[in-house]
Structures are given as structure tokens and as C-alpha cells.
Design a protein. Structure first.
Length: 120
């Protein structure tokens, strides 16, 4: 049985990297295009401000790792106002989402959202 993804794909087994936490020592591989498309769809938010941060994030980072996808998925579990507070540095992650992966992705989102030249 062949456990490798099809040529050109670097997807996590199962295809939905955002829903499957990586095993120890894994997670630095890029997610496949299908998983990335699902994640982008899941990232659609009710607040325009959040959407702008997320849109710029994906414009700057067209390929992300399994770990980054999992962290972004955790952030998307938050309510819109809680996510916006994190993006605007009104507060920092705490509790279950205070992980190194979430903090890294949050910084990537904050940096991406600060650049007005993307998407214009």
C-alpha cells in the first residue's frame, strides 16, 4: 500500500490538515491545495476587519505548513470579536490556544494585516 500523496501534493494524510493535528516530529510539510482551499473557505469571517487580515495573510503566504494550518484553524474557532482583539494586539492568546504554533501564525496574521499595499 502506498501512503505517499499524489505527485505534486504534499498533503497531510487524510487530506484535511486543519482538522488533524500533526504527529510528533511531523507538521513541517506543506498542506495540499485541497486542504488549503478548505481552510481558506473556513477562514471567511463575519467582520470585515478580520477578513482583511486573513486575505492579506493568504496573499503573503500562499503555501503553509500542516502546523500553521492547525494553528490557523484553532484561531478560526474563536468568536469574531475575540479574534479581532488578538489581531489588533488588544490581548494575547491564553488557555488552550496559547501554543507556539498559534503565536507564530498570529504574528504572521498581524504582519500581513499591517501592509496596505497587498490586494490593491
Amino acid at each position: 500500500m502506498n501512503d505517499r500523496p499524489p505527485p505534486g501534493e504534499k498533503a497531510h494524510p487524510g487530506g484535511d490538515a486543519a482538522a488533524v493535528p500533526p504527529a510528533k516530529g511531523q507538521g513541517d510539510e506543506l498542506i495540499g491545495q485541497g486542504a488549503l482551499n478548505k481552510l481558506k473557505w473556513r477562514c471567511r469571517r463575519g467582520l470585515l476587519e478580520n477578513d482583511l487580515f486573513i486575505e492579506r495573510f493568504f496573499a503573503r503566504h500562499p503555501a503553509i505548513t500542516v502546523r500553521q494550518a492547525g494553528a490557523l484553524s484553532q484561531l478560526m474557532d474563536l468568536e469574531d470579536n475575540d479574534l479581532l482583539d488578538l489581531l489588533l494586539r488588544r490581548r494575547e492568546p491564553e488557555g488552550d490556544i496559547k501554543t507556539s504554533e498559534v503565536i507564530q501564525v498570529l504574528e504572521m496574521l498581524r504582519t500581513s494585516g499591517a501592509s496596505p499595499d497587498v490586494g490593491t
